[in-house]
Design a protein around this ligand. Structure first.
Ligand code: HEM
Length: 357
């Protein structure tokens, strides 16, 4: 698969960076920026800069691994489309039927050996194989809002929330200062912290967060967001114990039988923000259940499954288009840069080892 795209994709926003931030980047980090005006800025944020920042704050060097969501496991199954999505989009995936997919559960962070902290964002990447060699790729997390509205905010927060090399933990004073000066992040954290994270991957919901556009057969376009709602028969096995408690629980759950999630598409109305993933849409928006994701296999990441896949959120079938959310192009470019780097490195054994049964 040739997923790589140009790595120096310029991102939209320019900003001033403080001297401390620049010092923390080090020589490697500076390679990702173009100095366009005076001594310390403004800078032009690039995909290379974003991935350098993730790499520099990962707490070590992990060749061959994703530069974010490094810890993960491969899964496979199918999407059972119920036909309800046809009224919203002409994409073939919404015609009733079964479409093969593969995917990857992950935890946010650049260290593939990180312990399964319950509050670490949980990721699910999916790749649906559609007629005519089309694909629908998505990468979702288990919280209903994102902490950053722009790539620049993501870049700045990654440093502010990074573990301090001296203690191995984020510096609470630095985090506090960042939150106090970033009201959108503060508001999003307030929403996320309203509930404890569910105990397992199987009981987690996953949110696409960024808005997209659906176009139907008559050319009518509507803004949408989507989420996966857990729909597996209880009881889930529950988390295991130890550093891979969440992943071990997932493997145990899948050994007992398939896991299911309802795919729900939420239709936006005029005035709903489509360019800001930190903001929720009102809860009374129309929600259409368009089908069910069924996962029935799990395996250690390898060249034969999702190791060499880039779950680029801009790989979309005809009938689904990106919105004006600036994160989408930034994500696509950063994932491509991360993919390019890891593709050229020798691969470690998958971070989560699934025993053959
Ligand atoms: C500017 C914002 C963001 C940046 C710079 C960023 C960056 C990255 C990078 C570099 C990777 C590794 C890609 C690879 O090597 O294949 C990654 C993976 C991932 N990201 Fe993001 N991300 C951003 C926003 C988001 C958002 C909003 C979501 C959720 C909606 C998300 C969910 C994920 C998931 C689930 C993965 C793992 C996919 C996999 O298993 O391959 N990210 N991200």
């Amino acid at each position: 698969m040739t997923d790589a795209q140009p790595s120096s994709f310029p991102l939209n926003r320019r900003t001033m960076l403080g001297g401390a931030a620049i010092a923390a980047l080090g020589a490697a980090g500076l390679g990702g920026f173009l100095v366009t005006e005076n001594r310390i800025g403004p800078w032009r944020l690039t995909a290379r800069g974003l991935v350098d920042r993730l790499q520099d704050t990962a707490g070590g060097s992990f060749p061959g691994c994703r530069r974010n969501h490094a810890k993960g496991v491969a899964v496979a199954g199918y999407f059972e489309s119920n036909g309800n999505g046809v009224e919203l989009s002409k994409a073939s995936v919404f015609r009733a039927g079964r479409y093969r997919l593969d995917g990857r559960f992950s935890l946010a962070g650049g260290n593939p050996h990180m312990p399964d902290v319950p509050t670490a964002p949980r990721g699910l990447g999916l790749r649906l194989f559609l007629p005519g060699r089309e694909e629908w790729r998505m990468a979702m997390i288990n919280v209903p809002v994102f902490l950053d509205a722009t790539a620049q905010d993501f870049y700045d927060r990654t440093l502010a929330f990074a573990p301090d090399p001296a203690t191995g933990k984020p510096d609470p004073a630095v985090m506090k200062r960042y939150i106090e000066t970033h009201p959108k992040t503060a508001a999003a954290l307030g929403i996320i912290e309203q509930g404890a994270p569910p105990p397992t991957f199987a009981t987690s919901a996953f949110f696409g967060l960024n808005a997209f556009r659906f176009t139907d057969g008559d050319g009518v376009t509507v803004p949408v967001r989507w989420r996966l709602e857990p729909d597996s028969p209880p009881p889930a096995t529950g988390p295991g114990s130890g550093d891979s408690a969440l992943f071990d629980g997932l493997v145990a759950d899948l050994e007992r039988g398939p896991l299911r999630w309802r795919l729900v598409v939420v239709v936006g109305e005029p005035g709903d923000p489509t360019d800001d993933a930190t903001q929720m849409w009102p809860s009374n928006r129309r929600a259409v259940h368009v089908g069910t994701v069924v996962l029935d296999r799990v395996a250690t990441e390898s060249a034969g499954n999702v190791q060499d896949v880039n779950f680029d959120p801009l790989v979309l079938p005809n009938g689904i288009e990106p919105s004006d959310d600036p994160l989408l192009h930034a994500r696509s470019a950063a994932y491509s840069e991360s993919y390019r780097r890891r593709a050229g490195e020798s691969k470690p054994l998958g971070a989560v080892v699934v025993k053959e049964v």
